[in-house]
Design a protein around this ligand. Structure first.
Ligand code: DQA
Length: 153
């Protein structure tokens, strides 16, 4: 089955209690469960991970390249400044794998510093602003990119 790593960056382990008015009330465990069941329906084998550590995230992106896994990535605050994460993402898409950048909120509608994504230019595409549904839309986009004929998009 097609493997997809859903990777979540810093502070996303706090979902549920972290600024619920911005990020919603779904916990990280709840989000992970939704991703796995959405993946099942789409024929994707989804694994969800979260880290606050940049080196760990870069290591997981290298693992995606080495094992041929597609990626749905919420880089969280790393979105706005982490060239290390960007360079690792470039290796994923450079290897012909799909990488969808995802955000719960719409960073373009928030503070100025969130308007810059150093990831977007090396991602296959971006989904932002739909809360937890952003992840389902991102997984649908992965499935559609891999099999346009079977796409429900
Ligand atoms: C976020 C948006 C980022 O600006 C922020 O630093 C996050 C979460 C989102 O999912 O909306 O931690 O990536």
């Amino acid at each position: 089955m097609t493997r997809v790593l859903v990777l979540n960056g810093p502070n996303l382990g706090r979902l549920g209690s972290r600024e619920p008015e911005v990020y919603g009330t779904t916990t990280h465990a709840g989000l992970a469960e939704r991703c796995r069941s959405d993946g099942e329906r789409l024929g994707l084998d989804v694994e969800v991970r979260q880290t606050d550590d940049e080196a760990q995230l870069v290591g997981w992106l290298h693992e995606a390249v080495d094992t041929g896994a597609h990626v749905v990535l919420n880089p969280a605050a790393f979105t706005h400044y982490s060239y290390a994460t960007r360079d690792a993402c470039a290796q994923v898409t450079g290897a012909g794998l799909v990488l969808v950048e995802v955000h719960l909120s719409n960073p373009a509608a928030r503070e100025e510093f969130r308007h810059t994504s150093v990831i977007a230019g090396v991602a296959t595409g971006t989904v932002a602003g739909f809360g937890a549904d952003s992840y389902r839309l991102a997984l649908q986009a992965v499935a559609a990119r891999l099999d346009p004929a079977a796409s429900s998009l």
